[in-house]
Design a protein around this ligand. Structure first.
Ligand code: GLN
Length: 316
C-alpha cells in the first residue's frame, strides 16, 4: 500500500485522538430500540482515514462490522442520483419530491411532514430516505442488490446484510410506517408502503466495517471519482450536492454543531458510526456506539472535531 509523506504524522494524530475521545463514550447511551444494537459492547471504538492515494490510517476496531443504518441514506441518494441523472435528470425526478433544507427536528419526526404536505425536508432524514427508496424502485430491477453492489464496489470488497439486524428492524418501525403512510396520503410515495420500507430497512442493515466506510466515502472527497478504481461514481456537481446535504443535514438537528465543531460533510448512523469527507484529502469514518440525544456518536463527534482541527481538514 503506498504511503504518503505525512503518513507517520497522521498515524500519530489518530492514536492521540483515539486516546482522548474514547473515554467520552461513557457520556452517551447505545441505541436500544432493537436487541442487536442494545447488546453491542459500548467500548467498541475505531477511526479509519482513507487517503485519496490509497494509504489507510487506522486505530481500534476498524475491521468489526456494524450496521450502517442511517449512513445508508447517503449512498441510497447516490444511487438514486446516478439513476435519475441517467433518466430524466435529478432536478426533475428527485428535487420536486424531497427538499434540501435542514429539518432542525429529530431524524424520525412526523411534525414537519404534515405541515409541508408530505414533502420531506431533505434526504438525510427518514422521510426523505423513504422517498429516495421509492425512486430506486422505479429505476432498479433489484434495488437491494444494486445498493449492496454499490457499497461493495466502494468498499473494495464484498459486503452483505446483518440478518439479525434486518430481522429485528422488521419488527419495529411503527414510526417509519407512519411517516411512509403520511407521505403516501400526499401522493409522495408511488410504490407500496411496505415495499419501500423493506428496502429502506435492508439498506440500514447492510454491515460494513469502519475501514470500509472510510473507503466508501473517498469518492465524495474526490469530486465524485472513486480513487481506487478511477470510476466516476457521480458527476462533480452532483458529488458536491451530496456533500452539501451531508454538511447541512447529515447529523440531524446537530448539523449546525457539527459544521461548527468539525466543518466537514458528515453522516451519522444509530449504530454509532459517522462518516466524513475531507475534500482533496480523505474519506473518514469513526465508530463508537454510545449516542447523544440527537442520535450522534458522542466520542465520534469529539474524535472528528479533534481530527479536523489537528489535520486542518475543515472545508472552511
Ligand atoms: N433504522 C433506523 C431508523 O430508521 C435508522 C436511523 C438512524 O440511523 N438514525 O429508525
Amino acid at each position: 500500500m503506498p504511503r504518503s509523506p505525512d503518513s507517520p504524522q497522521i498515524d500519530t494524530v489518530l492514536r492521540e485522538v483515539a486516546e482522548l475521545a474514547r473515554p467520552r463514550a461513557s457520556a452517551g447511551e447505545v441505541a436500544d430500540y432493537i436487541e442487536p444494537l442494545a447488546s453491542v459492547d459500548p467500548d467498541r471504538f475505531a477511526i479509519a482515514a482513507a487517503d485519496l492515494d490509497g494509504t489507510e490510517h487506522v486505530v481500534g476496531d476498524v475491521d468489526d462490522p456494524l450496521p450502517i443504518q442511517s449512513i445508508s441514506k447517503v449512498f441510497a441518494l447516490v444511487l438514486a442520483m446516478q439513476r435519475a441523472d441517467a433518466a430524466d435528470g435529478v432536478a426533475k425526478e428527485l428535487w420536486r419530491r424531497v427538499g434540501v433544507e435542514p429539518s432542525g427536528d429529530p431524524f424520525n419526526s412526523l411534525v414537519q411532514l404534515e405541515h409541508e404536505r408530505g414533502i420531506p425536508r431533505n434526504p438525510m432524514i427518514n422521510a426523505g430516505a423513504l422517498v429516495v427508496h421509492d425512486v430506486l424502485l422505479d429505476h432498479c430491477d433489484d434495488p437491494r442488490g444494486d445498493f449492496v453492489a454499490l457499497m461493495s464496489e466502494l468498499a473494495g470488497e464484498p459486503v452483505g446484510v446483518d440478518e439479525e439486524v434486518l430481522e429485528a428492524e422488521g419488527g419495529t418501525g411503527t414510526r417509519n410506517h407512519a411517516i411512509a403512510n403520511l407521505m403516501a396520503s400526499f401522493d409522495n410515495l408511488t410504490h407500496e408502503v411496505d415495499a419501500v420500507l423493506a428496502d429502506y430497512v435492508h439498506a440500514c442493515a447492510v454491515a460494513m466495517t469502519t475501514r470500509q466506510l472510510a473507503r466508501a466515502t473517498r469518492f465524495l472527497a474526490n469530486d465524485g471519482v472513486d480513487p481506487a478504481s478511477g470510476r466516476r461514481i457521480l458527476s462533480a456537481p452532483l458529488a458536491r450536492r451530496v456533500g452539501a446535504l451531508m454538511l447541512t443535514c447529515g447529523t440531524y438537528d446537530a448539523a449546525g454543531e457539527f459544521a461548527f465543531d468539525v466543518g466537514l460533510p458528515c453522516k451519522s448512523g444509530v449504530a454509532g458510526a459517522i462518516i466524513a469527507a475531507a475534500p482533496g484529502r480523505m474519506g473518514l469514518c469513526v465508530w463508537s456506539p454510545p449516542l447523544d440525544e440527537q442520535g450522534n456518536s458522542v466520542a465520534g463527534h469529539l474524535a472528528l472535531h479533534e481530527l479536523s482541527e489537528r489535520l486542518e481538514l475543515s472545508v472552511f
